[in-house]
Design a protein around this ligand. Structure first.
Ligand code: CUA
Length: 345
C-alpha cells in the first residue's frame, strides 16, 4: 500500500499555527492574574504555588530522564540475552520511600503555616465588610460605616479588611485573584476572608463557583483607595436621600417611572430596589447612590447612559436568566429613568 504523503508546507503551517496560538496566551494584560498579588497572604499563597510547581518540575524531569535512560540502555538488541529481573532491592526501596516523604514534608510545612496564617483572626481594627452573594450580583455592606453598595468594593490601602460572607440563594465563591484565594458563600453560614491590600488600584474579581445561567457575568470590582479618596467615598455613600427638589424635569419624570406601580406589581422598580427615602425593596441592588458606581449589572456594563439604557431595555439580553424582569419600558420611560438613576450620586 502506498502512503499518502503530506505536502511539506502543511506540517510547517500547522506548527506555526500552534506556536502562534500558544504565544497568544503570553500577551497581557492579565487583570485576573494570581501571579501579581497585592497582599501579604496573596504573596504567601503565590510562593507556595511556586514551591510546589518547582518541586513538580524537578520530579518530572528526574523521572522522565530516568525513563529515557532506561529505554536506551536496556533496549532490545539482536542476540542480546534476556535481562535479569531484580527482586527485593532494600536500598532502592528505602530510597524511593524516603525521597517522596522528604518532598511531601517540604510541601507540607509551608502549606500548613500558610493555612494558619490565612485562618488567623484579623486585627481588631480591621474594616468589617459583609458580602452577600446573589444570583447574579454582589451586595457589600459596611456595618460600622452604615454604607450599603453593590458590585464595587471600596477599601482603604494599608488597612486590614475582613469579609464576612454569606449567600442569599445558591453557593457562590468570592474570588479577587490579586488579593487572596477563593472562598465559598453559603446560605445560612458565614465564611470569612481577611487581607490587607497594599497597592492602590481598581482590580477585578469574579464569582468562582458555578451558580446558574449568569455565573460568568457575576463579576465585581475591588477598589483600593488612598485614605482621602476612601473617606470621600464613604461620605458620599452616607449622604442621605436624594434632594428631589433639585431634579430636572426629565429626572422628575424618571422618578415617576421609578415609583409607578405596574401590573404585576413585582414588575415595579420599587418592589425590588431601595432608594433611600423613596423605596425599600431588598431583592435587587440598593440604588441610593448608584450614579456613583462605575459599572452595573454585576460589573458587566459601564454605568453610562447607553449602558444603563441597554440594561433597562432588556436585562435578560445582557445577563441571561437575570432576575430583573423586562418590564416593557418605552424609550421615553427609559430616557427619563436613566436620567433619574444617574442623578443618584
Ligand atoms: Cu455566583 Cu457563580
Amino acid at each position: 500500500m502506498k502512503m499518502e504523503r503530506q505536502s511539506p508546507g502543511r506540517g510547517r503551517r500547522w506548527a506555526a499555527s500552534v506556536v502562534a496560538v500558544v504565544l497568544a496566551g503570553c500577551q497581557g494584560p492579565f487583570p485576573q492574574t494570581t501571579f501579581d498579588p497585592i497582599t501579604s497572604i496573596g504573596r504567601d499563597i503565590d510562593n507556595l504555588f511556586m514551591l510546589v510547581f518547582g518541586l513538580a518540575v524537578f520530579v518530572f524531569v528526574l523521572v522522565e530522564a530516568a525513563l529515557i535512560w532506561v529505554l536506551i540502555k536496556y533496549r532490545a538488541r539482536p542476540g542480546a540475552p534476556d535481562p535479569k529481573p531484580i527482586h527485593g532491592h532494600t536500598t532502592l526501596e528505602i530510597a524511593w520511600t524516603l525521597a517522596p516523604a522528604f518532598i511531601i514534608a517540604l510541601i507540607a510545612i509551608p502549606t500548613i503555616s500558610t493555612i494558619w496564617e490565612e485562618a488567623a483572626d484579623p486585627p481588631p481594627d480591621a474594616l468589617q465588610i459583609d458580602v452577600i452573594g446573589h444570583q447574579w450580583w454582589w451586595e457589600f455592606r459596611y456595618p460600622d460605616l452604615n454604607v450599603v453598595t453593590a458590585n464595587e468594593l471600596h477599601m482603604p490601602v494599608g488597612r486590614p479588611v475582613v469579609l464576612n460572607m454569606t449567600s442569599a440563594d445558591v453557593i457562590h465563591s468570592f474570588w479577587g485573584p490579586r488579593f487572596t484565594g477563593k472562598r465559598d458563600l453559603m446560605l445560612g453560614r458565614t465564611t470569612r476572608l481577611s487581607f490587607t491590600p497594599d497597592s492602590i488600584g481598581d482590580y477585578s474579581g469574579q464569582c468562582a463557583e458555578y451558580c446558574g445561567a449568569s455565573h460568568a457575568n457575576m463579576r465585581f470590582r475591588m477598589m483600593v483607595d488612598d485614605s482621602t479618596d476612601f473617606e470621600a467615598w464613604v461620605t458620599r455613600q452616607r449622604s442621605g436621600p436624594p434632594d428631589l427638589g433639585a431634579l430636572t424635569p426629565l429626572q422628575q419624570r424618571g422618578l415617576e417611572v421609578y415609583r409607578a406601580v405596574r401590573d404585576p406589581a413585582s414588575n415595579s422598580c420599587l418592589a425590588c430596589h431601595t432608594v433611600q427615602g423613596i423605596s425599600a425593596g431588598v431583592l435587587g441592588p440598593n440604588l441610593t447612590h448608584m450614579g456613583s458606581r462605575t459599572t452595573i449589572a454585576g460589573g458587566i456594563l459601564q454605568n453610562t447612559p447607553e449602558g444603563l439604557a441597554g440594561w433597562l431595555r432588556d436585562p435578560a439580553a445582557v445577563k441571561p436568566g437575570s432576575l430583573m424582569p423586562n418590564v416593557g419600558l418605552t424609550e421615553e420611560e427609559i430616557d427619563a429613568l436613566v436620567a433619574f438613576l444617574l442623578a443618584l450620586e
